[in-house]
Design a protein around this ligand. Sequence first.
Ligand SMILES: Nc1ncnc2c1ncn2[C@@H]1O[C@H](COP(=O)(O)OP(=O)(O)O)[C@@H](O)[C@H]1O
Ligand SMILES: [Mg+2]
Length: 264
Amino acid sequence: MLLEIEDLSVSYRNDEGEVNPAAIDVNLTLDRGEVLGIVGESGSGKSTVSMSVARLLPSPPAFYPKGRILFDGTDMLTLPLPELRKIRGRRIGVIFQDPMGSLSPLHRIGDQLVETILLHEKMAKPAARAMALEWLGKVGIPDPAVRARAYPHELSGGMQQRVMIAMGLMLGPDLVIADEPTTALDVTIQAQVLRLMRDLHQANSGVLLITHDLGVVSQMATKLAVMKDGRVIETSSDPAAFFAAPKHPYAQGLVREARRMELK
Ligand SMILES: Nc1ncnc2c1ncn2[C@@H]1O[C@H](COP(=O)(O)OP(=O)(O)O)[C@@H](O)[C@H]1O
Ligand SMILES: [Mg+2]
């Protein structure tokens, strides 16, 4: 199994010492070739769980009272930092909601891609540069050689998100974590960006796709989990069957609401 989340609980401790349990007893699995969609309203714990997998939550305030996150058999929660860094970016690719949060505003996008490649691959700089340009082309950025010299703020939101996708996928990660990858984008380009993600990730990798948009899940996911108040309240390995007949009353409400929005 590529990813096994076992009895995972994650809490945040604030300055007053109060503890906010954000994920409670979460059990999820993801195999190669699968796309696991995690859905749920804002604040239900989706990002807490997905960022825990790459150990990207600042700790403190986050801490892990309980559970294990096995990535290809390795427990991410106890992995020493140097090994964690080797896995992140290389074997686990992360695509965030907000590209500006993870692209550096101070460096040209081409340089950022090259730097990431060189961090993980034994490759000469010209080869890394060629690879970066190739990926800018793959994600649909016109004139890669010219655009590579741009700073992130010189690109539109959609173009920034394409750069993030190149960054997340170019090293061929075994696991891709995409946390609301299209939420910040114009509806007209959301579908394009999702299609890119679907087409460019390796077929034998696993994808953890976080969204509050059930439409996205129905298009992309091979299995799904519904979260509410930090807990997984329903899972399904057959999204079509789930949409036809969700079991949990809360999930029924979500599906009804999504249908209503679709009809608008
Ligand atoms: N850095 C943080 N410090 C304290 N509480 C946080 C932090 N990040 C998230 N939370 C809390 O954890 C809960 C789950 O949040 P989150 O995982 O971001 O949900 P989602 O991604 O589903 O919107 C919320 O109550 C949120 O306020
Ligand atoms: Mg979130």
